[in-house]
Every structure is written in structure tokens, then in C-alpha cells.
Ligand binder design. Structure first.
Ligand SMILES: Cc1ncc(COP(=O)(O)O)c(C=O)c1O
Length: 483
């Protein structure tokens, strides 16, 4: 059995949501309209109407898992158009770092909009310069930095790739299996977390070779330290056999792998990459689009290991929901770009810069430390679940970037993909918004302002959803405690 309520999906012929199936599965499970904050069946009548309109006019390529139709949000709470209230532990894919509509961010956007909405990156304005100064002060690279402004993660990555080729005069790159860096042709060449993101688009940008991302839970190489093994693979296999180090412009890596499964690399891996890059004149690019801006309890995830890249990409949490990306590079590198070498129309949009400045204030003052503290509490609570249910294979992460990998059982570690899908949809019916990553990992990326009470509520809802998903997968008795 697949997703419990896969019936909400579109009818292939009419392109309208299949309501009859939804109602049937709801009623069979006795779930309809009985939870405190759920006022209608899900999706409710207004949501259904919108889904029907959407099916006719919006691209079907969006990878939507369940029918949440947003009305409004505040902090870590969101409401759908039918008045149902949910706890949001996905934050718009790790974007709403300061929660939904934080008053300070909203005010900053309003103030900026009152002044002007756009002037283009051909001119100057205070917000853009201030944000670049601010980034330089945060010292993500350990040396003076310059910034290029974009609207998204993928555009920041494209800028990083172009800069790396431009300044090194080299054409090739190394990326990592399971990595996610975006969906435009350059970043897509690195993205390899799910084949569906690639299918039908070959060839993307040429010149990218993938190495495995080190994973001590699922080791590919012999030896206890998969990080060192991967470094040896790059040096002794790739560099020797088909990717000469002298042709490599840069290595692009997520300091904590996001879409690929919320994988935390072993200690020594990032510093090993740094050392390897330095030895071969290769630039090191850290993609902190998902892990940056306080998400992991440090401003930048790589700071957990004290390693600084040459170039860093940022987006998501930076603008609290406003579309902004930044490619930050050592000044000594970025200043090599000639006038006109790279640019865009919307870079440094004043509303986005204002939102980012307000976000950085909040994250620096409170939310980064909060993510570290509440994240520790959250991980402890999830580890209790891992002791209770044999389908919880591993809890991993830093701060509020946490993954819970589901397996058919802890001994075999076989990824429990169907269970994971079922859990995500059951969680929605328990009014908890979640997303998955990797093959069978639930990812938790709530707004950075949540407190322990929110974690308690979320873990309670999660456990209820897990039990139902296990029952649906006939996994309830496998040595797992009932309670
Ligand atoms: C690490 C990383 N890089 C890049 C991207 C692409 O960002 P965007 O979807 O804004 O283009 C993502 C998106 O999930 C990401 O997680």
C-alpha cells in the first residue's frame, strides 16, 4: 500500500482532484473532522475548489505530497483556507526562518516598498550595500568577502560555478551523489538526490563528476571513517583515472546534505576537502542554501567544523520567505570578475534586502542560539522514539536541521520508503506539516523561533501519525512498543 490518502491526487483524465477516494480513506480511518484544530475533512471544501482550479492552469511538475492550501500563518502555525490549523515543521522548505510573517520582517518590507520596489542591479541603493557589508561582517569565509545578489538558491549556485570557471580558467567540477543544488542546467548537473529531477533533461552542463557523500550509517567504502575514504577516492581514483586535479575549477558540496537525506558528514571531512582543494588550486564552494542562516544553531553550518570555503551560496532562510539568494566569495576572487561578466535584473531587490537585513538581526540576536538549544531538546525526544520503534533507524542533524531515517528494521537498515511517504501524509492529517528527503528520511526544519512546547506538540502528533502509518504498512508488531 502506498500513501494512505494518495486519492487526493488528480484524476489523470479530468485533471481534477479525486474527491471520492479522499472521503472514503478518511472515513475508513475514522479521522474526518475529529481533531481539535481540524474543522473540516482534509482537504476541505474551499481547498478542494482551489485544487480543482489549480489542476487546470498550474504546472503539474511541482512535487506536492499532500493538499495543504494555505490561508495565513503566524510564527510556526499555519491555517488552511477552510480554517484548519497546523503546526509547520517544514517552514516552506526551510525558508521561513523567522516564522511566518514576523512583525519586524513585515515592517521592514513595508517600509522598503513605501520607498521604491525596484531599480535594478544597474544602480545602487543603501539596502543592497548594507546587506553585502553585513555579510562581510559575518565573515563566512574568514577573510574579506564580496557578494553577488540573486533571487533563488539555484541562481546563487549558477553564479558560483561561473565565477569558479572564470577565475581558474578550468572547466571541470566535482559534486556529490545525493546532492541538491537546484534545477537550472548548471546546478542540475550536480543535483543527484532523485533521478526524477534529471529525467528528460540530459545533457545538463558538462564537466561534473560525482563522488559519494560520506555516510557512516550506510558505508560504501571499507573502514570506519567514510569521510576519509571519500577523500581518498577523490584523490586516488578520480584524480588519477579520469578527472585530473589540474582541470578542476571547484568542488561543490553541502556542508550538511539536505534533500539527499539530512546527512551530517563525519568530522574531518570538510577540513579534508579544504586541504585537498588548497593542495591542488581548486576552489571550495559550500552550498549553504538550506543549512545556512542559523538553521543548524550556527550562522553557517560549516562553522561546526571551523572550515571556511572560498565561495558560499545562500538563499532560503536568508529572506524569511522573500526570494533572495547570495553568492559570497573571497574579495580576492570576486574582484577578478570584469564589468558585465555576470549580472541580472532583480539582484539586490530592495524589499528582499530589507527582509534579509531584518532576518539577520533576528537570527543573530536570538534565533540562532534558540535553534541550537531547541534542536538539542528535539533530537533527544526523537531518540526516545528511536528506542521505542524499530522502524526509526537514525536520528541525525544539527540545530533545527534534523532527519529521522525510517527503515524496515534497525538491523537490516533497509530504507522504508512507503512508510516514510505514509507518515508524511498521516502527519498532515494530524495537523503537522512535514517533508521527506533522501529515500526514507523525515526532515524537520521548523522556523527557528519554536520553543520546547512546540517540539512536544509536534512529537506527539508525529508519534500518532507514525503508529497509523505503521499500521497501514502492517509494521505495528515488529518488536515495536505499542505506546
Ligand atoms: C542546498 C540547496 N542548494 C540549492 C537549492 C536550490 O534552491 P532554489 O530552489 O531556491 O533554486 C536548494 C533547494 O532546496 C538546496 O537545498
Amino acid at each position: 500500500m502506498g500513501k494512505v490518502d494518495a486519492g487526493w491526487r488528480y484524476n489523470e483524465r479530468t485533471r481534477l482532484p479525486r474527491r471520492a477516494n479522499v472521503l472514503r480513506s478518511e472515513l475508513e480511518l475514522g479521522l474526518a473532522v475529529k481533531k481539535t484544530h481540524i474543522k473540516t475533512e482534509l482537504p476541505g471544501p474551499k481547498a478542494r475548489e482551489l485544487l480543482a482550479r489549480d489542476a487546470l492552469v498550474d504546472s503539474p511538475s511541482y512535487p506536492r505530497d499532500y493538499p495543504f492550501v494555505m490561508s495565513h500563518g503566524k510564527g510556526a502555525e499555519v491555517w488552511d483556507v477552510d480554517g484548519n490549523r497546523f503546526l509547520d515543521f517544514a517552514a516552506g522548505i526551510a525558508v521561513c526562518s523567522t516564522g511566518h510573517s514576523h512583525p519586524a520582517v513585515v515592517q521592514a518590507i513595508k517600509d522598503a516598498a513605501d520607498r521604491f520596489i525596484h531599480i535594478s542591479s544597474d544602480y545602487w541603493h543603501e539596502g543592497q550595500v548594507r546587506l553585502a557589508e553585513r555579510m562581510n561582517e559575518l565573515s563566512p569565509l574568514g577573510v574579506p568577502a564580496m557578494s553577488f545578489f540573486a533571487q533563488s538558491g539555484t541562481e546563487s549556485v549558477e553564479a558560483a560555478l561561473k565565477l569558479a570557471r572564470y577565475v581558474t580558467g578550468r572547466g571541470r567540477f566535482i559534486g556529490f551523489l545525493g546532492g541538491f543544488h537546484g534545477r537550472t542546467m548548471g546546478s542540475l548537473a550536480f543535483t543527484s538526490s532523485k533521478y526524477t529531477q534529471q529525467k528528460g533533461f540530459f545533457p545538463a552542463m558538462p564537466g561534473v563528476t560525482h563522488a559519494p557523500y560520506p555516510n557512516n550509517y550506510r558505508p560504501l567504502f571499507a573502514g570506519a571513517d567514510q569521510g576519509q575514504a571519500v577523500l581518498r577516492y577523490i584523490e586516488e581514483v578520480l584524480f588519477v583515472h579520469n578527472v585530473p586535479a589540474g582541470e578542476v575549477a571547484a568542488i561543490l558540496v553541502e556542508p550538511i546534505q539536505g534533500e539527499g537525506g539530512y546527512l551530517v558528514p563525519p568530522d574531518g571531512f570538510l577540513s579534508g576537502l579544504r586541504e585537498l582543494c588548497d593542495r591542488h588550486g581548486i576552489l571550495l564552494i559550500f552550498d549553504e542554501v538550506q543549512s545556512g542562516i542559523g538553521r543548524t544553531g550556527k550562522m553557517f553550518a560549516a562553522q561546526h567544523w571551523g572550515v571556511a570555503p572560498d565561495i558560499m551560496t545562500l538563499a532560503k532562510g536568508l529572506g524569511s520567505g522573500m526570494p533572495i539568494g547570495m553568492m559570497v566569495a573571497k574579495r580576492s576572487i570576486m574582484q577578478k570578475w570584469a564589468r558585465g561578466a555576470h549580472g541580472n535584473t532583480y539582484g539586490g531587490n530592495p524589499l528582499c534586502c530589507a527582509a534579509a537585513l531584518a532576518t539577520l538581526d533576528l537570527v543573530e540576536r536570538q534565533y540562532c542560539a534558540n535553534a541550537a538549544k531547541v534542536g538539542d531538546y528535539f533530537m533527544k525526544k526523537l531518540r526516545v522514539l528511536a528506542q521505542k520503534y524499530s522502524v526509526v533507524g537514525e536520528i541525525r542533524g544539527k540545530g533545527l536541521m534534523i532527519g529521522m531515517e525510517l527503515v524496515t528494521d534497525q538491523a537490516s537498515r533497509t530504507p522504508a520508503k512507503k512508510l516514510c511517504d505514509a507518515l508524511i501524509t498521516r502527519a498532515f492529517h494530524h495537523r503537522l506539516i512535514l517533508l521527506s528527503c533522501g529515500q526514507s528520511t523525515v526532515r524537520f526544519m521548523p522556523p527557528l523561533l519554536i520553543g520546547e512546547a512546540d517540539v512536544d506538540e509536534a512529537v506527539g502528533l508525529l508519534e500518532g501519525a507514525l503508529k497509523e502509518a505503521m499500521a497501514g504498512e502492517h509494521l505495528a508488531v515488529r518488536g515495536a512498543a505499542a505506546g
